[in-house]
Design a protein around this ligand. Structure first.
Ligand SMILES: [Zn+2]
Ligand SMILES: [Zn+2]
Length: 445
């Protein structure tokens, strides 16, 4: 289906402005006049709706190309060399990921390899390719699918978290060994900065306008003269927002027919399918896993042949005892508070949907965006263990190994991240604002 199937009233509106819908609450907003470098923020839920980048394509191309140039040295050259009792050990990022495979922790190994090694490469390659094609004014049909994939992979690339993991590791080992920074450390730090800059510079609307289908039906999606009398959502107006590119597509009553976005070809749903049920399932699963993740040891240090296993909490207490309050606090936040906050926050939102009460909706919407943002930072402790396992290997004297709690902890991170991904925040506004949205205010004029 294309936009030509949109309800009649859409094509009758004057082309005075361009409509867009908020991804967080579905409110219809005027997207005209968002100048370069500025954001359009939804007045109802506070989500960023449009982010107009400054010179976006060139910047993305420069940052991602430079990132690709540094990628292999960053992954393969040694991050640092530790020297203690006459022995030297060095390791690179790839070794730290593969170390878990040797230890038999396959789930953790896959997760670390994907988030720290493979996805950063895939993300940079797609970003660079897309910007390059736009620069060269070429639009191969596969580019849309690849760019859509990038948007879904975005939060699973975790080089920033890994870099914080390196810093925590440095503080953890500075007493036991002398540290020499390798070229890999500087390349990796630069790679992180370039990757963040490339992602932040992408002006999604501009990119989609360039690489999306151009033979779109000429539909004037415009604001009524004088604006809407009340909060009108895209759904009230007979429209639905494409999850991938943000294009507004008309929706029909029949649910049997799959609707494809005319701009990016993605399948468009009015709301994410079974969002609430899936979120409940994932939240409850993480609640189960969080118990072994916190009570089982996640790391084992062998000192002179004597094994000493420690849980997440033991690790935090160690830092506080050593006087490294800052690092102790960071690990406490990332490993204990963040997973708990994500679970409790999502349960509050799910219960709100159940009850239909419309109190503090804007605050709850803000909390959901925060949950989405912080999700990945819980991987910090896993990355620290990955680094310690490879770098602290002085044979009989001291060595570090992974312990079973790490697998459960990884599951908690994956489940809570997935829960935020499958949840559709618009469901909360649908359920709690049914009386206040005047469906059809404008239709009847
Ligand atoms: Zn909104
Ligand atoms: Zn689309």
């Amino acid at each position: 289906m294309s936009c030509t199937d949109a309800p009649d009233h859409i094509s009758k509106q004057p082309t005075s402005a361009i409509l867009t819908a908020c991804p967080g609450c579905d409110l219809l907003l005027e997207a005209r006049g968002v100048s370069e470098g500025h954001h359009l923020v939804c007045s109802r839920c506070g989500s960023t709706v449009v982010k107009a980048g400054n010179n976006s394509v060139d910047r993305v191309l420069a940052f991602s190309a430079a990132g690709l140039f540094l990628y292999f040295p960053a992954m393969l050259l040694p991050l640092m060399t530790l020297t203690s009792i006459g022995m030297s050990v060095s390791g690179n990022v790839l070794q730290t990921a593969l170390g878990f495979f040797q230890g038999g922790y396959h789930l953790v190994a896959v997760m670390v390899t994907l988030t720290a090694v493979l996805l950063p490469l895939i993300k940079l390659t797609i970003t660079c390719l897309t910007a390059l094609h736009i620069r060269l004014n070429k639009r191969p049909s596969w580019l849309k699918n690849v760019f859509r994939m990038l948007l879904h992979l975005d939060e699973w690339g975790m080089t920033e978290v890994y870099l914080l993991g390196i810093l925590v590791t440095l503080i953890k080992v500075h007493d036991m060994a002398s540290i020499d920074y390798g070229i890999g450390f500087f390349c990796f730090s630069a790679l992180v900065l370039l990757g963040v800059a490339a992602s932040a510079s992408i002006d999604r609307e501009l990119f989609w306008k360039q690489i999306g289908n151009h033979n779109l039906a000429s539909v004037d999606l415009s604001f009524p003269p004088g604006g809407f009398e009340d909060e009108v959502t895209a759904r009230d107006y007979g429209l639905m927002r494409c999850h991938d590119c943000g294009y507004l597509v008309g929706h029909t009553k029949s649910t049997s027919k799959e609707v494809h976005c005319p701009r990016c070809d993605a399948t468009v749903h009015l709301r994410k399918k079974h969002g609430v049920q899936r979120t409940w399932a994932l939240v409850l699963t993480s609640l189960i896993f969080i118990v072994p993740a916190n009570t089982l040891p996640i790391m084992q240090v062998d000192f002179l042949g004597i094994p000493d296993r420690s849980t997440i909490l033991d690790g935090i207490i160690y830092f506080f005892k050593e006087g490294s309050y800052g690092i102790g606090l960071i690990i406490f936040l990332a490993s204990v508070l963040v997973p708990l906050f994500k679970i409790i926050g999502l349960v509050i939102i799910l219960l709100t949907i159940r009850s239909g009460q419309d109190r503090f909706l804007k605050q709850k919407a803000g909390m959901f965006r925060f949950i989405e943002f912080i999700g990945r930072w819980s991987m910090l402790d896993i990355f620290v263990i990955a680094l310690l396992t490879v770098l602290v290997d002085f044979g009989f004297f001291t060595s570090v190994h992974t312990a079973p709690g790490a697998s459960f902890f990884c599951m908690v991170v994956v489940c809570t991240m997935m829960a935020a991904i499958v949840f559709d925040p618009r469901t909360m506004w649908d359920r709690c604002r049914t009386e206040t949205t005047t469906s059809g205010t404008y239709h009847n004029e």
